[in-house]
Design a protein around this ligand. Structure first.
Ligand code: SF4
Length: 62
């Protein structure tokens, strides 16, 4: 499983990072940084929660 962010949609709310803080964080400018694009199997629930919580549907898994 891979996670990606649509930078045109992302508004930097950071809700996703609260759900999957070991995979993504906001930098000092409020830009989302994906720490690991490749999601380990044990983190699939967390990343799916991050996708669901994003209010602008900017995260995608494939
Ligand atoms: S919750 Fe959505 S809009 Fe907010 S930082 Fe994450 S991807 Fe961006």
């Amino acid at each position: 499983m891979r996670v990606s962010v649509d930078r045109d949609r992302c508004e930097g709310y950071g809700l996703c990072a609260e759900e999957a803080s070991h995979l993504m964080h906001l930098d000092d400018d409020g830009e989302l940084v994906l720490d690991r694009a490749e999601v380990p199997p044990e983190s699939s629930d967390a990343v799916e929660a991050a996708v669901r919580v994003c209010p602008v549907a900017a995260l995608k898994v494939s």
